[in-house]
Structure formats: structure tokens, C-alpha cells
Design a protein around this ligand. Sequence first.
Ligand code: FAD
Length: 605
Amino acid sequence: MAAGYTPPLQDIRFVLDHLVDLEGLSKLPDLGHADPATVHGLLEEYGRFTAEVFAPLDRIGDLQGSRFDPSTGNVTTPDGFRDAWQRYADAGWGSVPFDPEHGGGGFPWLVAVAMQELLCSASMAFSLCPLLNQSAVEMLTAWGGEEHEVFLRKMISGEWTGTMNLTESDAGSDVGALRAKAFPADDGTWRIKGQKIFITYGEHDLTENIVHLVLARTPDAGPGTKGISCFIVPKFLARSDGSPGERNDVKCVSIEHKLGIHASPTCVMAFGDDGEGAVGYLIGDANAGMRYMFTMMNNARLSVGLQGLSVAERAYQAALAYAQERHQGRRPGQRANETVAIIEHPDVRRMLLTQRASIEAMRALLYLNGWAIDMARHHADAAERARRQELVELLTPVSKAWCSDLGNELTSLAVQVHGGMGYVEEAGVAQQYRDIRIAAIYEGTNGIQAIDLVTRKLPIREGAAVRELIERMRREAAQAADGPAPSIEPALADAVDAVSEATEWLLAHGAAGRDPVDALAGATPFLRMFGTVIGGYLLAHQAAAAGRLLDAGGNGYDNDFLRAKVSTAKFYAEQLLPQARGLLGAVVAGQGDLYAVEPKYLTGA
Ligand SMILES: Cc1cc2nc3c(=O)[nH]c(=O)nc-3n(C[C@H](O)[C@H](O)[C@H](O)COP(=O)(O)OP(=O)(O)OC[C@H]3O[C@@H](n4cnc5c(N)ncnc54)[C@H](O)[C@@H]3O)c2cc1C
């Protein structure tokens, strides 16, 4: 009885056309082919494909999981995954946003964002393979040399897949502590030795070869992140004709048994166990590996934020359907022999509206982030590119952490709407609740994202970038007074004032301020507050656009859809946005209360 998936194409179209300017984007150099009609057609087709091919596999993947054979080191993915990958690769879906010079489709990253939403809603566990591949492609496109072209092309075509090998047992959040070693060989290649843990799709049976991007230290490297280099370590070495050749000394030694995403193999990888080391090829300069990794981390972080949106959307669709089918209880004044669908109860409505409003806010933020990436890459004017890059930097930790936190909370609400059935696996939402838990942890925990926001992103241009965003949000609030839902104005204005106060406090107490630990102590509540307010601002913007469209007769949208957009934004402003001011105390409290009690007295014993 696990629910299916219906791609929310009308809302995606609305965001692309009326929040971010897809048409404007298609007028930028190199993006002419990505006009709105083409993009909407592509997303419609892709939405159909993901719903038909991947959504039914999600439950099978959860039940079977990927399986490891210790005698061979092989990993077998669940039934149907190989065939689905083949269809995905054959249709060229994996290549859409990449550089045409290397065989990609050259579409804007914004389109990749929408496609990721659709695929991840259909099956988060499957979508991790393309996600890691995409990160590896991004990294090699930016920093790889001509000699690496064979790997890049094979990953873009989907014949091979890429992985990211950062984590070791004593190097998680602190990547700089990693110990894997790289030794120079006589022929200009390197030999890699060490062990990596938690490597997503580190081994699988979807493709004939796997391309590992591995962080390791050269013999003369200094300590910390400045002594890290990045290497390509293929499972099979590539022959000159591009076919897989000799087996390299890299193997999977086990996979994890975990809470969710059972179909996605999380591998312990051993490099160079059998001899002098696995053959590796250095990317760019030695000791510059962390810089290269950061190229891909920004996009990967946006993608993990998208997982929060995608999985929350899938769980919300199930909750909404269930709330209309399940009859239980009465409305006040009804006769004893009557029952209503639970969607008629105010508390169930509140849960559903909270999901819907938060999902729309997340979609708006994540698509804005994707659009800013395109503007920063493609705009003809260098100053405009620089400003948009600042926006990317500022929004990325919020996209990752706020959306993955909400993904957890909203899937929990979807379980709650189902009552006892939500706790039973066959209803399907229990899987979504388990699957999304990891998104707040990997790709930099959400605590690390908050620290990044407060210590690196708020100080951009001495705080000017964040202050400009705050001013834009203030102007949006003022305009809401004349819009279709005037009550948005005081709610948004107050929330913006609160976030402005919090920002100034953090800038004063941050890296250059009095005691940075005070700023670190307020980082997580600040990120939550910032995300909540940006969400309110973007929904206000959408409500205004929906109001204009309603005045113009709909312009291709259902009037009911547009009216729902306005009331969702109003609900968010009146009932969710006030949480922002409520967080101010926690942001500016400093470290005092957190360290007041010695760890040994934290027990209640
Ligand atoms: C399913 C799964 C898939 C993964 N896929 C990959 C992959 O493909 N490639 C890869 O390289 N890695 C992968 N990882 C690893 C993942 O990125 C790490 O688990 C994550 O970065 C956290 O590191 P850790 O587990 O060592 O936790 P720790 O770093 O030990 O963190 C524990 C806690 O302490 C907090 N903390 C740590 N340091 C600080 C600090 N300085 N300030 C404040 N708080 C701090 C953290 O926020 C967290 O709450 C994956 C992990 C899982 C579980």
C-alpha cells in the first residue's frame, strides 16, 4: 500500500517562471537552448520517467537493500536497479547539466536542481548514485586535466560512476585529520594506501567501472587541510581506447547496516591492501585537494538540502491522500453515527498546511540557490557574477541544513498524520522518515553548516552581502501591504527585524569580535531563524506574483492553485514565521548556559 509519487510540476513551473527568472537565464551566453518551453517539456518527461521507473523501486530497495559478498567483495543492488540505471543512462538524463565540451547537455544548474528534486522524491536511495557522480563530474570539469578526459566523459555518459572518498575513522567533520597516503611512482602516477569509511556507492553492480576521487597525503605534506591532495583511483584502469583494463588494488571490504537508504551501499574501501598501493592520478597540484573538493561541496550541499525537500514532498503526498481516505471521529455538533475524514480536523489541517507551506518555502530557497549558481557562472557582467556568487555562498549552508532539518521534521509530521499506520512499514512514510535522517549528518553535519554560515558567510564583504539580502527582504515585506494577503507585511517585517538584530550581534561577536565561542554557541539557532525568514520572504514574493496572475485571469495556471499559493504564504507568515523572533534569545545568549554545568554533572543520577 506504499504510496506512489506525482511530480509537483505546476509548483515547479511557478517557481521557475515567477520566482527565479528562467526566461532571463535562457538569454545568457550559452544557455539559449534552455528556454522555458523546452525546460518545462523536459521536466514533464523526466517527471513521468522518475514516477514510472524509480518510484516503484523505492520500496523494493528498502526491503532488499544492497548486499555484500565478502568472498568476492562484490555489491549487488536490489532487483530492478541495474535495469533502471541502464534506462537512465541510455536516455542521457545524467548528462543534462554538464559541459557540452565533455559530452554534457549544457543546461543550467537550475534545471539540474529541478531534476534532482524529481529523482530524489521517486527514490532517495537510488538518487545518491547520480548525486555522487555529479559531484565527481563537477570536480573534474573544474580541475581535471586533458589526461583525465576519459574518466569525465564516461561519468557524464553514465557508463561509469564517480564516488567521493573523504571520510576516515578518525577524520569525519575534521577532514584535515585524514591519514591516507599517496606515494609517487616512477611513471608519474601515484600509489594510494589507506582506508576510507562510509563511501556511498563505493562498490556496486550498476556500471562496468567506478571512478573514486580520493583525498590523501603526499609524503612531504604538512598537517591539516593544507596537506591534502586529490587523486583519481579507478576500480579498473582505463585502456587507451577508454575500455576498462587491469583491476586496480581498491576494494570494498564491507557495507554498513543502517537506519535508512538501504539500497544505497555505504562502503568501507581499502586502497592498496595487496601490494605497493592502488594506482592513482593526481588532480591539479599537490596539497591543493581541499580547494578542489570545495568546488564540488557547494553543489553537493545544495543537493543534500534538496533531499530534505524531495523526501518531505513524497511523505506529504502520502499524508494528504491518507487524510482524505481515513475516517475517524466527528466535527463538533455532528451526530454520533457520522464520521469525517481526518482531514476535517483542525489539528490534521495544521499538520498538512505546515508541511505544504514549508515544502513551498524550501523549494523556493533551493531553486533560488540553483539560479544564483547559473548567474554566477554565466552572466556577462563580472560584477553581477561576483554578487551572485556571494548569494550562493550565503545561501548554501542554509539550503543544506535548514532543508534537511525540515525534511526530518516534516516526514515525522507525515507519520503523525497517519496515526498508528504511520508507524507500520507498509504505509511507506516510515521509510521516508528513516531515509531522510542522514541528510542532516552527511556532507558536513548541520552543526558544521551553521558554523560555516556564521564564521565565513556572514562576514562576506564585512557583512555587506547579508545586509543587502536583509534589505531586500524588508522591501518585500513593505510591498506585501498592498498585495493579496496584507497580513504578511507585519509578520515578515517583524521577522526581518529579528534576523537583522541577530546578524548584527553575530557579526560583532564573530571571528573578529569579542569571543568567537559566543557566536558559535548561537550558530544553529541563527541558521534556523535565517532559513525561516528567507522562506517567509520567498513565499511573500510568490504570493504577490500569484495575486498578479489571478488579476490577469490565471495566465495558464489553475485559479485554485494560485489562490492556494496566496493562502499558504499567509499561513506561513502568520503561523510559522513568528518562530523566527522566538529564536533571537538563543542566538544572542552566548556560551554561558551551555558551559555552566560540568559534563560529569550533566547526568541526572
Ligand atoms: C550513509 C552515509 C553516507 C556517507 N557518504 C559519504 C561519502 O560518500 N563520502 C565520504 O567521504 N563520507 C561519507 N559519509 C561520511 C559523513 O560525511 C560523515 O559521517 C560526516 O561528515 C560526519 O562525520 P563523523 O561521522 O565523523 O561525525 P563527527 O565529526 O564525529 O561528529 C559528531 C558530532 O560532533 C559534531 N562536531 C564535530 N566537530 C565539530 C565542531 N568543530 N564544532 C561543532 N560540532 C562539531 C558534529 O556536528 C556531530 O554532531 C557518509 C556517512 C553516512 C552515514
